[in-house]
Design a protein. Structure first.
Length: 206
């Protein structure tokens, strides 16, 4: 069965309209999202499995709700409304990306909170405070944080974390770091930051 067939079977009983295009027009994104932390969830619209994030949509006529993947909102052009205006597809993509980034930031903060609570360590307590304010870590903080997250077996995705290299001091610190430590924070670096690390004389991990 195709995405469209599955979506039709799923959505028509919960909508007033008798065909998919009109039924979809009754639905909109509520702004509610859930991070399930593991990619084990299913899209209630198309049946796609392996989702980590759910985006809630609601039928404005029947008030039914479904938890779906962001791709289905884009694929079926489910309405996303901001400040009373329906976003166009390009704006929708950007808005969903912002929701995703917010969930990833919150995921990093949860990991940092667990870490700060599991060790009596000022560096970790300060890293948590710093992330709340700057939404990123310094290279030195990132090194300690990833080391201790692994040591405490705290579930986290290093690619969600952001590292600052916007000041000369941070670039100097990165330049002076040992290869092992640079590799520890590597996944948190953006492509341009990885390039910068290589320009500073570091080798990428194998
Ligand atoms: Zn879907």
């Amino acid at each position: 069965m195709s995405y469209t067939q599955r979506a039709r079977e799923r959505i028509l009983p919960l909508s007033q309209a008798g065909n998919l295009p009109e039924a979809i027009r009754e639905w909109c994104f509520t702004g509610n999202t859930t991070d399930h932390e593991q990619a084990n969830e299913t899209c209630q619209l198309c049946g796609q499995e392996g989702l980590r994030y759910h985006f809630e949509i609601r039928n404005t006529a029947t008030h039914h709700r479904l938890e779906v993947g962001s791709e289905c909102i884009l694929r079926f052009e489910v309405a996303v409304i901001e400040n009373g205006r329906e976003l166009n597809p390009k704006e929708t993509k950007r808005a969903l990306k912002q929701h995703m980034q917010k969930m990833r930031l919150e995921s990093c903060l949860r990991a940092l909170e667990r870490l700060a609570n599991s060790e009596n360590n000022d560096i970790l307590a300060n890293a948590l405070k710093y992330y709340h304010i700057n939404k990123a870590l310094t290279p030195k903080q990132a090194n300690v944080v990833f080391w201790r997250l692994a040591a405490n077996r705290i579930d986290h995705d290093p690619t969600f974390f952001k590292v600052r290299l916007d000041k000369q001091k941070y670039r100097d610190d990165l330049a002076k770091m040992q290869r092992r430590d640079v590799h520890r924070i590597w996944k948190a670096l953006s492509p341009s930051q990885r390039k910068k690390a290589e320009d500073l004389g570091h080798l990428p991990p194998n």
